[in-house]
Design a protein around this ligand. Sequence first.
Ligand SMILES: O=C(O)CCC(=O)C(=O)O
Length: 198
Amino acid sequence: MPEGTLKQNKEQSINKIGHALHDLDPVFNEFSRTPELQQLAADLRLVDPLLLQSMYIFKQPRIGGEVICHQDSTFLYTEPQNIVGLWFALEDATLENGCLWAIPGGHKLGLKQRWRRGVSGMHFETYDSEPWLEDQLVPLEVKKGSLILLHGLLPHKSLANRSARSRQAYTLHLIDASSNYPADNWLQRPARMPLKSF
Ligand SMILES: O=C(O)CCC(=O)C(=O)O
């Protein structure tokens, strides 16, 4: 609303909470640092995994917004590009409440953009200005409790939630300690809060 008042209560207005729940909150720390997830990281050939960021995404009933097609490496760039996204469905994710969509094999198409910090602020650096072939996106409808693994280069999106049901998700992004995480990435940790492993 123009005057800054909320249309509905605060709990149903929050878009997402991030980006260090796994380090700041004991509940999310416990959820994110399990032997099973540590094994998953090893299976994904992350030799020395670091938990880079976490987000609680609410996708609220009726007002949950669209997330346009993107690659996570655009925002969380590493050299080499080995970031992995873990997307946990905390509720059933369906076509009606805005499930994820992804382009099968799209992680082989190369990085289109980087969101970089420059002298005058953040900007996109574009390597490939061709739009995503959105007709190749397929829906990833999943049950509550499912985990979707996202390669950092996989193009994915989610549509707006116009339904009466929320579509809550928790995401965690992992990198390998041996990869370079540039100082001009948007997300930076203060020195007093270094990234940690499992
Ligand atoms: O959960 C969603 O709707 C989209 C999340 C996503 O694409 C992301 O955080 O990179």
